[in-house]
Design a protein around this ligand. Structure first.
Ligand code: SF4
Ligand code: SF4
Length: 330
Protein backbone atom coordinates (compact mmCIF):
# COMPACT_ATOMS: atom_id res chain seq x y z
CA UNK A 1 0.00 0.00 0.00
CA UNK A 2 1.41 3.36 -1.05
CA UNK A 3 0.33 6.33 1.02
CA UNK A 4 1.41 9.82 0.00
CA UNK A 5 1.52 12.64 2.53
CA UNK A 6 0.96 15.92 0.74
CA UNK A 7 0.07 19.50 1.63
CA UNK A 8 -0.83 22.61 -0.32
CA UNK A 9 1.77 24.68 1.50
CA UNK A 10 5.14 24.15 3.11
CA UNK A 11 5.24 24.07 6.89
CA UNK A 12 1.78 22.53 7.29
CA UNK A 13 3.18 19.58 9.25
CA UNK A 14 3.31 17.00 6.44
CA UNK A 15 6.77 15.63 7.22
CA UNK A 16 6.04 15.52 10.96
CA UNK A 17 3.01 13.36 10.25
CA UNK A 18 4.78 11.18 7.67
CA UNK A 19 7.87 10.37 9.76
CA UNK A 20 5.87 9.74 12.92
CA UNK A 21 3.44 7.48 11.11
CA UNK A 22 6.33 5.56 9.56
CA UNK A 23 7.98 5.16 12.97
CA UNK A 24 4.81 4.01 14.72
CA UNK A 25 4.02 1.58 11.88
CA UNK A 26 7.51 0.10 12.17
CA UNK A 27 7.14 -0.25 15.94
CA UNK A 28 3.84 -2.04 15.36
CA UNK A 29 5.73 -4.58 13.30
CA UNK A 30 4.56 -3.42 9.86
CA UNK A 31 7.23 -3.74 7.16
CA UNK A 32 7.57 -0.05 6.33
CA UNK A 33 9.46 2.17 3.90
CA UNK A 34 9.65 5.94 4.28
CA UNK A 35 10.51 7.73 1.02
CA UNK A 36 11.38 11.42 1.14
CA UNK A 37 10.34 12.82 -2.25
CA UNK A 38 10.64 16.44 -1.14
CA UNK A 39 13.86 16.49 -3.13
CA UNK A 40 14.52 20.24 -2.92
CA UNK A 41 14.49 20.15 0.88
CA UNK A 42 14.48 16.59 2.17
CA UNK A 43 14.39 16.61 5.98
CA UNK A 44 12.91 13.25 6.97
CA UNK A 45 16.44 12.11 7.85
CA UNK A 46 16.53 14.62 10.72
CA UNK A 47 13.84 12.58 12.49
CA UNK A 48 14.59 9.06 11.33
CA UNK A 49 18.41 9.11 11.46
CA UNK A 50 19.05 6.59 8.69
CA UNK A 51 22.23 4.52 8.88
CA UNK A 52 24.46 3.00 6.21
CA UNK A 53 23.11 5.25 3.46
CA UNK A 54 24.02 4.13 -0.04
CA UNK A 55 23.96 6.83 -2.69
CA UNK A 56 23.17 6.46 -6.37
CA UNK A 57 23.46 9.32 -8.86
CA UNK A 58 20.39 10.26 -10.89
CA UNK A 59 21.17 11.29 -14.46
CA UNK A 60 19.17 12.35 -17.49
CA UNK A 61 20.16 12.06 -21.17
CA UNK A 62 20.90 15.35 -22.96
CA UNK A 63 22.00 15.93 -26.56
CA UNK A 64 25.55 16.57 -27.71
CA UNK A 65 26.27 17.67 -31.29
CA UNK A 66 29.15 16.61 -33.49
CA UNK A 67 30.04 19.86 -35.29
CA UNK A 68 31.93 17.94 -37.99
CA UNK A 69 28.73 16.14 -39.06
CA UNK A 70 26.23 19.01 -38.55
CA UNK A 71 25.36 21.16 -41.58
CA UNK A 72 23.24 23.67 -39.60
CA UNK A 73 19.91 22.66 -41.16
CA UNK A 74 17.98 23.80 -38.05
CA UNK A 75 15.67 20.79 -37.75
CA UNK A 76 16.72 20.06 -34.13
CA UNK A 77 15.87 23.60 -33.02
CA UNK A 78 12.50 23.44 -34.75
CA UNK A 79 11.38 20.30 -32.93
CA UNK A 80 12.47 21.32 -29.45
CA UNK A 81 9.50 22.60 -27.42
CA UNK A 82 11.71 23.77 -24.57
CA UNK A 83 14.22 26.02 -26.36
CA UNK A 84 16.94 23.66 -25.17
CA UNK A 85 18.66 23.47 -28.54
CA UNK A 86 18.91 26.23 -31.13
CA UNK A 87 20.73 26.89 -34.36
CA UNK A 88 22.34 30.33 -34.40
CA UNK A 89 24.33 31.52 -37.41
CA UNK A 90 24.57 27.94 -38.66
CA UNK A 91 25.90 26.56 -35.38
CA UNK A 92 24.01 24.48 -32.83
CA UNK A 93 23.86 25.80 -29.28
CA UNK A 94 22.32 23.65 -26.54
CA UNK A 95 21.08 24.50 -23.05
CA UNK A 96 21.19 21.19 -21.17
CA UNK A 97 19.46 22.52 -18.06
CA UNK A 98 16.34 23.26 -20.17
CA UNK A 99 16.33 19.86 -21.87
CA UNK A 100 13.47 17.48 -21.00
CA UNK A 101 15.24 14.48 -22.51
CA UNK A 102 12.50 13.77 -25.03
CA UNK A 103 15.02 12.56 -27.62
CA UNK A 104 13.23 14.45 -30.42
CA UNK A 105 16.31 16.28 -31.68
CA UNK A 106 18.33 13.08 -31.92
CA UNK A 107 15.56 11.41 -33.90
CA UNK A 108 15.01 14.28 -36.31
CA UNK A 109 18.64 14.99 -37.17
CA UNK A 110 19.10 13.81 -40.81
CA UNK A 111 22.88 13.50 -40.50
CA UNK A 112 23.11 11.56 -37.24
CA UNK A 113 25.06 14.46 -35.75
CA UNK A 114 23.34 14.30 -32.35
CA UNK A 115 24.09 11.73 -29.70
CA UNK A 116 23.21 11.72 -26.01
CA UNK A 117 25.30 11.93 -22.86
CA UNK A 118 24.19 11.48 -19.25
CA UNK A 119 23.95 14.59 -17.09
CA UNK A 120 23.71 14.33 -13.27
CA UNK A 121 20.75 16.11 -11.63
CA UNK A 122 20.96 14.75 -8.10
CA UNK A 123 21.07 11.50 -6.18
CA UNK A 124 18.97 9.07 -4.23
CA UNK A 125 20.02 7.39 -1.01
CA UNK A 126 18.76 4.29 0.76
CA UNK A 127 19.43 3.08 4.26
CA UNK A 128 17.85 1.75 7.43
CA UNK A 129 16.38 3.73 10.32
CA UNK A 130 16.33 2.31 13.80
CA UNK A 131 13.38 3.77 15.67
CA UNK A 132 13.62 4.06 19.44
CA UNK A 133 10.25 4.44 21.07
CA UNK A 134 8.91 5.06 24.56
CA UNK A 135 11.18 4.08 27.41
CA UNK A 136 14.02 3.30 25.02
CA UNK A 137 14.15 6.79 23.60
CA UNK A 138 17.13 8.19 25.53
CA UNK A 139 16.64 11.45 27.36
CA UNK A 140 13.09 11.84 26.22
CA UNK A 141 10.39 13.17 28.47
CA UNK A 142 6.76 12.46 27.96
CA UNK A 143 4.43 15.42 27.92
CA UNK A 144 0.84 15.45 29.07
CA UNK A 145 -1.57 17.91 27.48
CA UNK A 146 -3.94 19.60 29.86
CA UNK A 147 -7.59 20.40 29.19
CA UNK A 148 -6.76 23.90 27.94
CA UNK A 149 -4.39 22.69 25.23
CA UNK A 150 -1.29 23.54 27.27
CA UNK A 151 1.22 20.94 28.30
CA UNK A 152 2.81 19.86 31.52
CA UNK A 153 5.99 17.89 31.90
CA UNK A 154 5.49 14.64 33.78
CA UNK A 155 9.14 14.94 34.86
CA UNK A 156 9.82 11.34 34.03
CA UNK A 157 9.95 9.18 30.93
CA UNK A 158 6.65 7.38 30.78
CA UNK A 159 6.94 5.86 27.33
CA UNK A 160 4.58 3.71 25.35
CA UNK A 161 3.62 0.12 25.98
CA UNK A 162 5.45 -1.00 22.87
CA UNK A 163 8.66 -2.75 22.00
CA UNK A 164 11.55 -0.31 22.18
CA UNK A 165 13.32 -0.83 18.85
CA UNK A 166 12.13 -1.23 15.30
CA UNK A 167 13.66 -0.85 11.86
CA UNK A 168 12.28 0.69 8.72
CA UNK A 169 13.65 1.17 5.25
CA UNK A 170 14.59 4.78 4.52
CA UNK A 171 14.93 6.35 1.06
CA UNK A 172 15.41 9.94 0.04
CA UNK A 173 16.13 12.00 -3.05
CA UNK A 174 18.24 15.15 -3.24
CA UNK A 175 18.28 17.60 -6.12
CA UNK A 176 21.63 19.18 -6.97
CA UNK A 177 21.86 22.92 -6.20
CA UNK A 178 20.70 25.03 -9.16
CA UNK A 179 19.25 22.05 -10.98
CA UNK A 180 15.66 22.56 -12.19
CA UNK A 181 14.67 18.97 -13.00
CA UNK A 182 13.45 17.15 -9.92
CA UNK A 183 10.93 14.77 -11.47
CA UNK A 184 13.50 12.15 -12.64
CA UNK A 185 14.74 11.82 -9.05
CA UNK A 186 11.20 11.25 -7.77
CA UNK A 187 10.59 8.72 -10.55
CA UNK A 188 13.75 6.82 -9.58
CA UNK A 189 12.74 6.86 -5.91
CA UNK A 190 9.27 5.53 -6.58
CA UNK A 191 10.31 2.79 -8.99
CA UNK A 192 13.02 1.22 -6.83
CA UNK A 193 12.34 -2.42 -5.92
CA UNK A 194 10.58 -2.44 -2.56
CA UNK A 195 9.12 -5.24 -0.48
CA UNK A 196 7.47 -3.27 2.27
CA UNK A 197 3.79 -3.59 3.14
CA UNK A 198 3.48 0.12 3.83
CA UNK A 199 5.27 2.60 1.57
CA UNK A 200 5.04 6.15 2.85
CA UNK A 201 5.71 8.92 0.35
CA UNK A 202 6.63 12.32 1.76
CA UNK A 203 5.60 14.52 -1.17
CA UNK A 204 6.94 17.97 -2.00
CA UNK A 205 4.56 20.70 -0.79
CA UNK A 206 2.41 22.71 -3.18
CA UNK A 207 0.83 21.62 -6.43
CA UNK A 208 3.86 21.55 -8.74
CA UNK A 209 4.74 18.77 -11.16
CA UNK A 210 6.95 17.29 -8.40
CA UNK A 211 3.94 16.95 -6.12
CA UNK A 212 1.87 15.48 -8.96
CA UNK A 213 4.60 12.95 -9.76
CA UNK A 214 4.84 11.80 -6.16
CA UNK A 215 1.11 11.36 -5.50
CA UNK A 216 -0.17 9.97 -8.77
CA UNK A 217 1.03 6.40 -8.15
CA UNK A 218 -0.29 6.37 -4.58
CA UNK A 219 -3.18 4.22 -3.41
CA UNK A 220 -4.21 6.84 -0.90
CA UNK A 221 -3.31 10.45 -0.19
CA UNK A 222 -3.24 12.01 3.26
CA UNK A 223 -3.57 15.76 2.80
CA UNK A 224 -2.25 17.72 5.74
CA UNK A 225 -4.14 20.99 6.08
CA UNK A 226 -3.10 23.86 8.29
CA UNK A 227 -6.12 25.44 9.92
CA UNK A 228 -5.28 29.02 8.92
CA UNK A 229 -6.65 31.26 6.12
CA UNK A 230 -3.54 30.72 3.96
CA UNK A 231 -3.69 27.03 4.77
CA UNK A 232 -7.29 26.81 3.56
CA UNK A 233 -6.50 28.30 0.16
CA UNK A 234 -3.47 26.08 -0.47
CA UNK A 235 -5.31 23.04 0.85
CA UNK A 236 -8.10 23.52 -1.69
CA UNK A 237 -5.57 23.74 -4.54
CA UNK A 238 -3.90 20.50 -3.44
CA UNK A 239 -7.31 18.88 -2.96
CA UNK A 240 -8.24 19.71 -6.55
CA UNK A 241 -5.06 18.02 -7.81
CA UNK A 242 -5.80 14.85 -5.82
CA UNK A 243 -9.40 14.88 -7.09
CA UNK A 244 -8.15 15.18 -10.67
CA UNK A 245 -6.31 11.88 -10.31
CA UNK A 246 -9.27 10.19 -8.62
CA UNK A 247 -7.15 8.98 -5.69
CA UNK A 248 -8.86 8.25 -2.37
CA UNK A 249 -8.02 10.98 0.08
CA UNK A 250 -8.15 11.64 3.81
CA UNK A 251 -7.35 14.87 5.57
CA UNK A 252 -5.47 15.65 8.75
CA UNK A 253 -6.44 19.02 10.14
CA UNK A 254 -3.33 20.42 11.82
CA UNK A 255 -2.85 23.19 14.38
CA UNK A 256 -6.49 23.32 15.33
CA UNK A 257 -7.34 25.94 17.96
CA UNK A 258 -9.34 24.03 20.51
CA UNK A 259 -10.90 26.84 22.47
CA UNK A 260 -13.57 28.89 20.74
CA UNK A 261 -12.00 32.15 21.94
CA UNK A 262 -8.50 31.45 20.61
CA UNK A 263 -9.84 30.13 17.31
CA UNK A 264 -11.94 33.23 16.70
CA UNK A 265 -9.10 35.51 17.73
CA UNK A 266 -6.67 33.96 15.26
CA UNK A 267 -9.17 33.64 12.37
CA UNK A 268 -8.68 29.91 12.58
CA UNK A 269 -12.33 29.05 12.97
CA UNK A 270 -13.41 30.06 9.42
CA UNK A 271 -10.39 28.21 8.02
CA UNK A 272 -11.19 25.07 10.02
CA UNK A 273 -14.81 25.26 8.91
CA UNK A 274 -13.77 25.89 5.30
CA UNK A 275 -11.48 22.84 5.25
CA UNK A 276 -14.22 20.62 6.68
CA UNK A 277 -16.75 21.96 4.19
CA UNK A 278 -14.37 21.21 1.30
CA UNK A 279 -13.91 17.69 2.70
CA UNK A 280 -17.69 17.16 2.89
CA UNK A 281 -18.24 18.44 -0.64
CA UNK A 282 -15.51 16.25 -2.11
CA UNK A 283 -15.84 13.06 -0.10
CA UNK A 284 -12.54 13.50 1.75
CA UNK A 285 -12.57 11.83 5.15
CA UNK A 286 -11.22 13.85 8.09
CA UNK A 287 -8.78 11.36 9.63
CA UNK A 288 -7.66 13.42 12.61
CA UNK A 289 -7.63 16.88 14.13
CA UNK A 290 -4.36 17.83 15.78
CA UNK A 291 -4.41 20.68 18.29
CA UNK A 292 -2.05 23.63 18.10
CA UNK A 293 0.39 22.76 20.88
CA UNK A 294 3.72 24.53 21.06
CA UNK A 295 5.43 21.43 22.37
CA UNK A 296 4.86 19.64 19.05
CA UNK A 297 6.91 22.29 17.25
CA UNK A 298 9.55 22.32 19.98
CA UNK A 299 10.10 18.57 19.92
CA UNK A 300 10.02 18.45 16.12
CA UNK A 301 12.57 21.26 15.91
CA UNK A 302 15.04 19.10 17.83
CA UNK A 303 14.47 16.09 15.58
CA UNK A 304 12.26 14.24 18.06
CA UNK A 305 9.37 11.96 17.18
CA UNK A 306 6.30 13.47 18.80
CA UNK A 307 4.29 10.25 18.59
CA UNK A 308 6.57 8.82 21.28
CA UNK A 309 6.49 11.87 23.51
CA UNK A 310 3.11 13.59 23.41
CA UNK A 311 0.01 11.51 24.20
CA UNK A 312 -2.29 13.52 21.96
CA UNK A 313 0.06 12.86 19.03
CA UNK A 314 0.36 9.21 19.93
CA UNK A 315 -3.42 8.94 19.85
CA UNK A 316 -3.71 10.85 16.56
CA UNK A 317 -1.06 8.76 14.79
CA UNK A 318 -2.55 5.54 16.16
CA UNK A 319 -6.01 6.59 14.95
CA UNK A 320 -4.72 7.46 11.46
CA UNK A 321 -2.84 4.17 11.20
CA UNK A 322 -5.87 2.19 12.39
CA UNK A 323 -8.09 3.94 9.85
CA UNK A 324 -5.59 3.37 7.04
CA UNK A 325 -5.43 -0.32 7.99
CA UNK A 326 -9.25 -0.50 7.69
CA UNK A 327 -9.13 1.23 4.31
CA UNK A 328 -6.40 -1.18 3.12
CA UNK A 329 -8.47 -4.15 4.28
CA UNK A 330 -11.38 -2.73 2.27
S1 SF4 B 1 19.34 18.66 -37.04
FE1 SF4 B 1 21.40 17.77 -37.01
S2 SF4 B 1 22.34 18.59 -38.85
FE2 SF4 B 1 20.53 19.83 -38.46
S3 SF4 B 1 21.28 21.54 -37.23
FE3 SF4 B 1 20.61 20.02 -35.80
S4 SF4 B 1 22.44 18.83 -35.34
FE4 SF4 B 1 22.87 19.97 -37.17
S1 SF4 C 1 16.02 16.01 -26.16
FE1 SF4 C 1 14.07 17.04 -26.50
S2 SF4 C 1 14.04 18.64 -24.97
FE2 SF4 C 1 16.14 17.98 -25.10
S3 SF4 C 1 17.06 19.37 -26.57
FE3 SF4 C 1 16.38 17.56 -27.71
S4 SF4 C 1 14.33 18.11 -28.44
FE4 SF4 C 1 14.86 19.57 -26.81
Amino acid sequence: MRIAFASGKGGAGKTTLAVNLAAVAAVRGIKTTYSDCDVEEPDGHIFLHPENLERTDVTVPVPVVDDDLCDGCGKCGEICNFNAIKVLAGRVVSFPELCHSCGGCTLVCPLGAISEIERKTGHIATGVSVVKSGKDAPGRLYYEVDECGGEKNTKETVGLERPGLAKLRFTMGTLDVGEPRSVPIIQDLLTMPDESNLFIIDSPPGTSCQMVESVRGADYVVLVAEATPFGLNDFKLAGEVVKMFGISCGVVLNRVMESEASATESSSRPAQDGIKEFCRENGFEVLAEIPAIRKIAEISSTGGLVAFEIPVMEQAIDAILDRLAEIIAG
